[in-house]
Design a protein. Sequence first.
Length: 329
Amino acid sequence: MNKMRLILHIGAAKCGSSAIQAYLSLNRANLLNNGILSPDLELGLDSEFKGQQIWQIEKIAALENRVDVLTDVLEKLRAHMIQVGLHTLIISAENISNRPDLAAVFQKAATGFETQIVFYVRRQDDYLISAWQQWDLKEESTLEQILDGQRARNLDWNAIISPWADSFGDGNVIIRAFRRDKLTDNDAVQDFFWSLGLSQENCTPLPDAENRSFNEHLGDLAHRIQDVFENQHDNRFFSVIIDLLGNDGYKTGSASLLLTLEQRRKIMAGYDKSNQDLKRRFLPEFGDSPLFEAPTEKNVNTMSDIEKLRAENALLMRCVYKLAQKLQA
């Protein structure tokens, strides 16, 4: 019998992972009919299904006998797949890309599978902005401090994927550029399934966008009250405000006021060689074209401190108005 297929979607974060995982969760039954299994949150079959296994991977990675534990987990899933006639297992956890040591662990544990690694890469300056909005503003002092130590943030995509390519072979690594002009149908979910040649027969599209970026003025306000956050993953504050503001709480347009054009260009210059090496090794179809477009003025939203303050005050007033409406209802 041919080996089962294991798809390891290892990230990167802020590259459509939430949408892919939401789709896997929404369409679990239909995907099973297509021969595709996405396990539950605990890498099993009986707990909650969310299309991702982030925290269970963290638990296993911390164990001394992690190879044995992961081998047992994968073998149980493989046995189930054989029993019910499935051919493809998808594990999605963007935190895996932060752990190069896990490449050898999965190589040893997944011997019963033909394994493919899927890794999405994003322009590093855009990633830093998105990461600040989702995690860093809750704990860090300033974005500038993060920029000073940006190389420690592990955004060298070529260095990140190298241990996986060394473990599984370049031919089993699929690199996709998280660029709307490069994604199949301009959509991360469609691109994921197309790049893997997997069937989406009878699957349901996502009703809404996943993990949308928050209004940057809202982010500035949240940064001033870090005490409301338990940790960088705590989104209760944003959930409450979005419940009040609706779409006004989300970012519109692609330009950002968080980095200047000079800062963006400096960031990308630092990763230029690495990005070129990655493109040559895994994306030869790009030819002489760059992996990412160079930052331009269209990426920058320039506002004075007074203009920012006025925008924040307007956002606060919207919150007050919406709250008053709720109280009067």
